[in-house]
Design a binder for this molecule. Structure first.
Ligand code: BG6
Length: 516
């Protein structure tokens, strides 16, 4: 660390966190993409940052035949490619000694009995003290067999004074009924306090900052309501297409894949009331209230308030790319949406009649996620009378950039220097990189650490997931119900900002999507 970092006044007083208790992390689906790209790099970075106990082990559980050595070598290659910090050879050597591979079918009781013995042995060898964190990163169809077998092998409980917890990756169900079923299955093995439903958007640094911004500053909270806020825009754009995930994505679509979880979570953080304290339940109580207040969009209203789009051929960064229907393993007549724009109303006292416009899409011109809080315009007297092009809510916008270039900016009107009074928007900008002088940890680092510490604040609670599905199910029903009533799919060229219909959705209210 450089001196300038030591002397950065913004870093003073930052509280360092407790180190979690020693534990073993068992990853189901250990040969998959998530383990390689995210989980192991995150664990390595935690270890490198001194955030893990020395009593620590990672056990990869998967079906393929593999030795500990091969598994370690594969993970090393992945970590070198995907880790936020470059890999230090000495550190990696140490870290990899804590990695083991356990081969088994997910539904084979014997594999879990031997896992139990192995974990007991690891407790003795590595001082992991019987604490176990099970990470379900296998295909969702495997969640139930894994949870059942864990319980049958007695792995959902551990010895007195130790803990056993489970992290469940998304997708958490595909609708309300399947989410409720999965919740019941999880609950028959693990208590709610030991269950961590992951939503990696909540681990993103800027998402965590939303509550701080709102509740640690006197400035914003007074204005944070329907009297001063005109509307809110939440955008999550990706340049990537469906990649090699059509098998999953064809049955999911953007609404289930991104809105049900990530986008609604961001909306909750913007819309929630101040919690009574910062405990996991107090925070999540407030988020559930927001979800319950969402005005349901049903039947014929769906076509009015929700636009579903799909990318056709176009270009990204000057390179031609194929349309969604031409992607590998996608049906040529697929109706799956790769884009969705919604007008959402939160029917409570604070947000009466303030639209939340949410849009998300693949193959957009830019990979960027941001929230724009658009304040009502100043009265049209004095300066604003003849301002052309100043739409409602475009004078003052608080923009929270979730990624990339994490930060917050405030747009306001200013006089252009000179003898005449000309007004032009300017920007006050705070950027994490320059203010704090260090890279933010990856979302998975924070979330893994929290699960080890037993802090569920940044994880979705049972009722949160179910409420979000209730809202989504109505829309899915209109999309997939009676054929003649289905709102049509709108197409957009890859590399554009989505279908024209999405522009019309927001323009009908006198607004426009922010340019990212
Ligand atoms: C995942 C979705 O949850 O989030 C993906 O399944 C999406 O389709 C990804 O690409 C986006 O995450 P991030 O962190 O890159 O914005």
């Amino acid at each position: 660390m450089t001196d300038s970092l030591h002397s950065n006044p913004l870093r003073e007083g930052l509280v360092s966190r407790a180190t979690p208790a020693p534990c073993s992390v068992v990853i189901f689906g250990a040969t998959g993409d998530l383990t390689h790209r995210k989980l192991v790099p995150a664990l390595y970075n935690l270890a490198a940052g001194g955030d893990l106990s020395s009593g620590f082990a990672v056990i990869g559980f998967a079906r393929r035949e593999k030795s500990d050595e091969t598994f370690r070598a594969e993970l090393e290659e992945a970590a070198r490619k995907y880790s936020r910090r470059s890999i230090n050879d000495e550190l990696w050597k140490n870290f990899q000694n804590a990695i083991f591979y356990h081969r088994s079918e997910f539904n084979d009781a014997e594999g879990y009995r031997s896992l139990r013995q192995r974990l007991d042995q690891i407790d003795r060898d590595r001082g992991t003290r019987g604490n176990r964190l099970f990470y379900l990163s296998a295909g969702p169809d495997q969640f139930e067999p894994i949870l059942t077998r864990l319980r049958e092998a007695g792995l959902n409980k551990t010895r007195e004074g130790s803990w056993a917890r489970v992290i469940v990756e998304k997708p958490f169900g595909t609708d309300l009924a399947t989410a409720q079923h999965l919740n019941a299955v999880v609950h028959s093995s693990f208590d709610e306090a030991a269950t961590f439903r992951i939503d990696h958007y909540l681990g993103k640094e800027t998402a965590q900052n939303i509550m701080v911004l709102r509740f640690a500053n006197a400035l914003f909270e007074h204005l944070w309501n329907h009297r001063y806020i005109d509307h809110v825009q939440i955008t999550a754009g990706e340049q990537l297409g469906v990649e090699n995930r059509a098998g999953y994505y064809e049955g999911a679509g953007a609404l289930r894949d991104m809105v049900q979880n990530h986008l609604l979570q961001l909306l909750c953080l913007i819309a929630m009331e101040p919690p009574t304290d910062l405990s996991a339940d107090a925070v999540r109580d407030e988020k559930v209230k927001v979800l319950r207040s969402l005005r349901r969009i049903r039947g014929a209203d769906v076509g009015q308030h929700v636009i579903r789009g799909q990318y056709s051929a176009g270009s990204i960064n000057g390179q031609p790319v194929v349309g969604y229907r031409e992607e590998k393993n996608v049906k040529p007549e697929s109706q799956t949406e790769t884009y969705v724009a919604l007008r959402i109303l939160v029917d409570n006292w604070r947000w009466a009649d303030v639209p939340f416009y949410v849009r998300v899409g693949k193959r957009l011109p830019k990979g960027a996620t941001e929230i724009g809080v658009h304040f009502k315009n100043a009265p049209a007297v004095l300066f604003n009378r003849d301002q052309e092009g100043l739409r409602d809510g475009s004078q003052n916008v608080l923009v929270i950039r979730i990624q990339p270039d994490e930060g917050v900016s405030l747009r306001m009107q200013s006089k252009v220097p000179g003898a005449s009074v000309r007004i032009q928007p300017v920007k006050m900008d705070f950027s994490y990189g320059t203010s704090f002088g260090k890279a933010s940890p990856e979302a998975y680092e924070r979330l893994l650490l929290d699960a080890m510490l037993g802090d569920a604040t940044l994880f979705a609670r049972r009722d949160e997931v179910e409420e979000a599905w209730r809202f989504i199910d109505d829309i899915e029903e209109a999309w997939h119900g009676q054929k003649e009533k289905q709102p049509p799919l709108a197409f957009y060229s890859a590399g554009s900002w989505g279908p024209m219909e999405a522009d019309q959705l927001i323009e009908a209210d006198g607004h426009a999507w922010r340019r990212l």
